[in-house]
Design a binder for this molecule. Structure first.
Ligand code: MLT
Length: 240
């Protein structure tokens, strides 16, 4: 099994995604928020790139169980029902609801991954469950970090490195690309204090400054969920 990692969506777009399992990671916060939402009964997400696209789709579909969610600069978008904080996605708000979602990096990375054979949603909260699914799938893996506006970000790379480290421990013949190996080494450096890494990285410091520090704690809860959402035909949902 080969494991590769794209530090950013522009890198992902240059890779051949066919026949691969892609894992999209936006550790702070989009993929962590999606996992929380599913834990709270959310029916699924339709990730889109822009606010305008989200608004148009919402109006066109005009379905009673639809909500608009997302952020820009970490803040909820005006007129949307939900932001991108995991704390927004409480059962009373999202149970049985479908959320059209747009975030700065996370939903962009998902849209960029849509050609892949299979796409999973990954973050620290579903680390072990996700790795199990990857083993079962048995295909070559490409970890897609959402990054920050096309550039490297520490938290997604460390989270990807955690997955690579975990897979390497199983009895599997794993071949890591240089980027995958680098991510694994970075994870090993931070492994003892994932919360500390999330709080110290650029976006974590920004979230803290915006009064969203509690979200960092939630995003740092390794293995708090066993759910592994899938992205297929334009929607994120639980297929088992
Ligand atoms: C993103 O997609 O860029 C993030 O999830 C930003 C955030 O923390 O809201």
């Amino acid at each position: 099994m080969q494991i590769d990692l794209a530090f950013t969506p522009p890198e992902l777009e240059k890779k051949d995604l066919r026949n691969k399992t892609v894992v999209v990671i936006d550790a702070l916060r989009a993929t962590s928020t999606m996992i929380t939402a599913f834990e709270n009964g959310c029916a699924g997400f339709i990730p889109v790139a822009t606010i305008e696209e989200a608004q148009k789709l919402f109006a066109d579909l005009n379905e009673p169980n639809l909500l608009l969610g997302g952020e820009r600069r970490a803040l909820p978008v005006e007129g949307f029902h939900l932001g991108n904080s995991p704390r927004d996605y409480r059962p009373e708000k999202v149970n049985d609801k479908m959320v059209i979602m747009t975030t700065t990096n996370g939903t962009q990375a998902l849209v960029a991954a849509r050609q892949a054979g299979e796409v999973f949603i990954g973050a620290f909260p579903n680390l072990t469950a996700l790795c199990r699914r990857l083993q079962e799938a048995g295909r070559d893996i490409l970890i897609a970090c959402a990054g920050e506006k096309g550039f490297f970000c520490l938290e997604d790379t460390v989270c990807g490195g955690a997955m690579i480290g975990h897979l390497g421990k199983e009895d599997l013949p794993v071949q890591e690309s240089d980027s995958a190996l680098a991510a694994k080494i970075l994870y090993e450096y931070f492994a003892a204090d994932i919360y500390g890494m999330l709080a110290a990285c650029e976006w974590g410091r920004y979230l803290e400054k915006m009064g969203l520090g509690k979200d960092i704690r939630l995003c740092a809860q390794i293995d708090s969920s066993k759910l592994v959402p899938t992205y297929r035909e334009g929607k994120v949902y639980l297929d088992r």
